[in-house]
Design a protein around this ligand. Sequence first.
Ligand code: MN
Length: 490
Amino acid sequence: MLTIEDIFKNFKLPLTKERKELIYRAYIFAEKAHRGQKRRSGEDYIQHCLATANILGQIGMGSKTIAAGLLHDVPEDTSITLLELEKEFGSEITSMIEGITKLGRIKLRESREAYFLENLRKMFLAMASDIRVVIIKLADRLHNMQTLQHNPPEKQHRIAMETMEVYVPIANRLGIGEIKAELEDLSFKYLDQKNYAYVKNIQEKFYKEGEQYVNEVIREIKKELDKRGITVSDIHGRAKHLHSLYLKLKRYEMDISRIYDLIAIRIIVPNIADCYETLGIVHEKYRPLIGRIKDYISLPKPNGYQSIHTTIFGPKGRILEVQIRTKKMHNEAEFGIASHWVYNEYEKKKGWRVLFSKKTAEQKESIPWIKQLREWHQETGNNPEKFLEGLQIDFFKNHIFAFTPLGDVIDLPEEATPVDFAYAIHSEIGNRTVGAKVNGKIVTLDYQIKNGDVVDIMTSKEDRKPTQDWLTFVKTSTAKTQIRRKLKRE
Ligand code: MN
């Protein structure tokens, strides 16, 4: 059972009087509104609100988001209206709650595809107006997944499917690895019980034998790094999540002896230079496997993930993976977008102001939306409160999410056209474009795509070439480059 004290305890930002007061007030309000209501588990409904708020606190969200998390089911499940909430908590918190309520109203369509699309589209649209709504929805879903056993089997299956297809990709896109992996494993458990049990069994057996060994390697590496003057912020073993282990096993004919990262050793050091030095020291001590060094620091994964991975022959010749990263990279991998404002507040408190005032190598390698977030943050003059307020409207201001008729999301800049869309899918589709439909209606090729549009590109069967005037209206560099290339070749 959670209490409001747990929420305070797990709050990652400095707990000021104002913040504490707001969270407490939201709790009292929600508790009163839901009083007498029960969850399927038999628990008081407020437990769900507290659990949602607790997850939000753990990934570093601010007090307004936590207040909205505590209140997120009030308009839907009680007689209290949005208007009353607005009087009590103001428009910012209320519009977040309204956003969550809207997302909750998405109902099952005739076909599963339509339902899936609709969901995805709404999520992205909500994201475009306030990223925090999406994060609250993820926390809400995580607790619902954690308590899914209390539901009838058909509902379990439907919710798990939706989680896997809609929520997992969104958590991944936002880089919230913690929530993504847990949602994924919980869905896996309900969607494929047989394989889930199989993988879980393998893993448990492996850990029972492997635990002592890993602790031994950790001790050895730690000793070596200490000797060489490297500050080790943290060193621990990390277990591979079940669903990703399953996918990997499938790629390796279910042969567990070929999986080297079942347990990985994770080393967290202060800065990037330490990462590379640590890599060198580890390689001096243990021979690395050729071709298995992955430097995601200089080449981050598409969702921004950064780390160095290497696979080594450990003591007694056993093969295992070592991951090396900075504290900041670690927070980013676990908390995604939320890590940015937590980190910033703490740095500021210490008086460093590193993250947003100086360009570091880490910053330069960031993915575009994080970069955009940072630039925007600089404009607001390092004021965290203002920064958070601004996220509501500005975060995805220059982004458009459009959909293919099959439901793939294409991320475009503002004012992008069907031609940009076509080239974003594939250069050949771009080159063969003859027309476009948006939401079922024919549009001109210089039409400006809007958030949530479904764009259907009509292509010719024969080889075509783009026309010169496309260059006057396309917005993406991909389209420009491809058009020029094709024109030159013709
Ligand atoms: Mn809920």
